[in-house]
Design a protein around this ligand. Structure first.
Ligand code: ASP
Length: 406
């Protein structure tokens, strides 16, 4: 990562000074992205078979449905409460720093790429209902091919549960064959993950080179205070709130745990995808001693719905936009921002820039123009990298907490 950043920033600087042709800088940046994308594809290739086999093996290994219910219940309570803490931190910091007050709208508009704004998905009710609907796949195989994680998770859970029921009720030896098949597949997928991890340094180098050479420090100048606000709030959440929770509920040392999670965190930062990072998150958490039946359930679900960093970012970004437009949001309106930011983070997929697309929901809720998303487009990649790292860090802590409580 360091090598990519140094090389990229040097190139970007040389390009700006006219020492290197800007076309060359662009080409190197694109090459970095291509190499990084290759690594991300390798990771994504693992995700569906890994999640399916690990969830099914995890559920059949629990033996008792009540255990599953307890683990799921604790995980969801953790997800909602930490995301909420994250949002509160964001709202506090953005009200303190007020990054939008000095920002000149005209300057921002100049920097904004015109017209790249997602369609508003509709009100909160519609979003919630769509989430519920999308949980149930019309065709589980199609959902797996599309990489739709929630329906895949839902269906895999059901398969695990019903293998147990078939074995129990009918003493079905054939159902046991299905269980053994998925447990074997899981072993194979874990081996394959170990193999792919070896390429992580190359992928991380590529992505960092791309970000540093392609964007350089210029993107931060206009939006500097805004980037700083998101960053400060993310750091508070990641280094105070989350480690505090880890220490309180598990007695583990946050530093030691963070060290065990390094590969996953660095990959999250460079790929900006919690979904892509998932195989490494599972791998690292298990190496840190979290039991497989917990990681196999808590982490895939977390990568899909638990996004503390994204929730915090949504809140800060929307309040920033309101400040830029000179609109004073009341406490009640800020409460609405908090609530919709939580929903948007649950609905956002674990892929790059998903959080920015979902921001339309939050802007809508408080009546701000959805086209305002374009204003902050320029710095979304770097913020995405930071918030994804926090998302994965929070998932990892959820796994440790649920494991300790069980
Ligand atoms: N990229 C983030 C993730 O994968 C989602 C987001 O855009 O906020 O966790």
């Amino acid at each position: 990562m360091g090598l990519g950043a140094v090389l990229g920033l040097a190139l970007n600087w040389a390009g700006a000074e006219g020492m290197v042709d800007s076309g060359v800088v662009g080409t190197v940046a694109m090459l970095g992205k291509k190499v990084g994308d290759l690594f991300l594809r390798l990771l994504q290739m693992l995700v569906v078979p890994l999640i399916v086999s690990s969830l099914i093996t995890g559920v059949t290994g629990m033996g008792d449905l009540r255990t599953l219910g307890a683990i799921g219940g604790r995980a969801i309570v953790f997800y909602l409460s930490t995301s909420f803490f994250a949002i509160l931190t964001g709202i506090f910091v953005v009200n303190l720093i007020k990054p939008g007050e000095g920002a000149e709208l005209a300057l921002l508009e100049e920097g904004a790429a015109a017209g790249v704004v997602a369609q508003a998905p509709g009100g909160i009710g519609v979003v919630l209902w769509e989430q519920l609907e999308s949980l149930i796949p019309k065709n589980p195989l199609a959902a797996a091919t599309e990489g739709d994680m929630l329906p895949v998770i839902f269906f895999s859970l059901l398969i695990g549960v019903f293998i147990g029921i078939a074995e129990h009720r009918q003493g079905s030896a054939d159902a046991s064959v299905v269980r053994r098949f998925f447990s074997g597949l899981f072993d194979v997928m874990m081996e394959m993950t170990l193999f792919v991890v070896r390429f992580a340094p190359i992928g991380v180098f590529g992505f960092t080179l791309y970000a540093a050479a392609g964007k350089g420090p210029a993107a931060f100048q206009v939006l500097g205070w805004y980037v700083l606000s998101v960053f400060v709030a993310l750091v508070i959440h990641a280094t105070i709130t989350l480690p505090g929770i880890l220490r309180l509920f598990t007695g583990r040392s946050p530093i030691a745990y963070m060290r065990s999670m390094t590969t996953a965190l660095v990959t999250a930062f460079s790929t900006a995808s919690s979904n892509g990072t998932l195989p490494l998150t599972m791998q690292n958490a298990e190496e840190a001693g979290v039991r497989p039946h917990v990681t196999s359930f808590v982490l895939p679900l977390g990568a899909t719905i638990n996004m503390d960093g994204t929730a915090l970012y949504e809140a800060v970004a929307v309040l920033f936009i309101a400040q830029v437009y000179g609109i004073d949001l009341t406490i009640a309106q800020q409460g609405l921002v908090a609530l919709t930011a939580l929903l948007a983070s649950i609905g956002a997929a674990g892929i790059p820039h998903a959080g920015m697309v979902m921001m339309v929901v939050v802007l809508n809720a408080v009546g701000l123009p959805t086209s305002a998303v374009a204003l902050i487009l320029a710095v979304d990649r770097i913020l995405d990298m930071c918030r994804t790292t926090v998302n994965v860090w929070s998932d990892s802590i959820a796994a440790a907490v649920v494991d300790a409580k069980e």
